[in-house]
Design a protein around this ligand. Structure first.
Ligand code: ADP
Ligand code: MG
Length: 333
């Protein structure tokens, strides 16, 4: 596929949707089948994402890190038909305000890649005294985005961060989720300089293969879920742990319309089902993918925590709970 031109959103559109984006989602939106993440000091020193997606056109490199610039949305009507992850044009802008950003990118129809550096949404020279224009360089089709020295200009934010190893675990958790769910995409995540990746999935592997790859022994006891709910307008797919099963806390990987999200009511409902099946102090694993009519989903509730709300939430949660209960009962009768 070829990239679409990047446009400037008008402010009213942007105000009706919230901030909070992931570079991984940009790579998935660009149709990447391979995403490689490299981290130094838990992402504080370096967070780098390399993908083989459609790249960014040279003429768009000037505005790509400005606020409200996106290739994914033209007007508010488009909002109900979103089939990409990003659409607010905020992710790169926010990152470029708190880190040194370098983008190297090549589209299929360009004979070379281009590299540019950004600060506060604008192109900046790579070295003082040189010009800021994108520079031709070697590279494959796709995009590499590097964010260095996170919060270098906001010391209070930097201090509020957890230790590099906690931050790295948080990154791994996010990458794990996307790696498991996107079975057509290979993912790696590693520390800079290490030749051992903590996440390493293949593009040909299934969701179940990916869970096995990432969670090892957990996966031998999983039950598959697959069910359509016509009246409530959603489809459920997933893998859940069987009853006799031991974890220190629940692992809950929830996707709504392919976006990694949280929903605490659903999580609580699932945990309470398992308390009837599990001995005290053990907890379930659940990977659930809900495909809900996009018009019934409000992605705007809590951007930072990725908490989402949807229409008929109680009924949907009850229906998911029933499906889980049925599956557990069937496996343990
Ligand atoms: P949004 O994703 O909401 O459009 P972003 O700030 O995340 O906003 O990205 C701005 C634009 O930059 C995107 O619309 C897309 O055109 C381009 N872009 C960002 N990351 C990539 C990538 N990895 N590959 C190709 N294009 C990208
Ligand atoms: Mg985005």
């Amino acid at each position: 596929t070829n990239p679409r031109p990047i446009r400037r959103l008008n402010e009213t559109v942007v105000n009706r949707i919230a901030a909070g984006e992931e570079l991984i989602e940009n790579s998935l939106d660009a149709g990447a089948s391979n995403i490689q993440i490299t981290v130094k000091d838990g992402g504080l020193k370096l967070l780098q994402i390399l993908d083989n997606g459609h790249g960014i056109r040279k003429e768009d490199m000037t505005i790509v890190c400005e606020r409200f610039t996106t290739s994914k949305l033209k007007n508010f009507e488009d909002l109900s038909n979103i089939n990409t992850y990003g659409f607010r044009g905020e992710a790169l802008a926010s990152i470029s305000h708190v880190a040194h950003v370098t983008i190297t990118t090549k589209t299929a129809d360009s004979n070379c890649a281009y590299r540019a550096c950004y600060s506060d949404g604008k192109l900046v020279p790579a070295k003082p005294g040189t010009n800021a224009e994108p520079k031709a360089c070697a590279g494959n089709t796709g995009t590499q985005i590097t964010a260095e020295d996170l919060f270098y200009n906001v010391p209070t934010r930097r201090k509020a961060l957890k230790s590099p190893s906690d931050e790295y675990n948080r990154i791994l958790d996010v990458v794990n989720r996307y790696a498991i769910h996107n079975s057509g995409v290979s993912f790696t995540c590693k520390k800079q300089g290490s030749n051992q990746a903590e996440v390493n999935t293949l593009s040909m592997s299934s969701v179940l293969d990916n869970i096995r790859q990432i969670y090892g022994s957990i996966a031998s006891e999983l039950l598959g879920l697959s069910k359509s709910f016509k009246k409530l307008e959603f489809k459920l797919n997933g893998y859940i742990s069987n009853a006799n099963y031991n974890l220190k806390k629940m692992i809950f990987l929830l996707f709504i319309n392919h976006r990694a999200v949280e929903n605490s009511s659903l999580k609580k409902a699932i945990e309470s089902i398992y308390t009837t099946y599990l001995p005290k102090n053990t907890h379930p694993f659940a990977y659930l993918s809900l495909e809900i009519n996009p018009q019934n989903v409000d992605v705007n509730v809590h951007p930072t925590k990725r908490e989402v709300r949807f229409l008929n939430e109680d009924e949907v949660i009850a229906a998911v709970g029933d499906a889980i209960q049925e599956s557990l009962a069937g496996a343990n009768s």
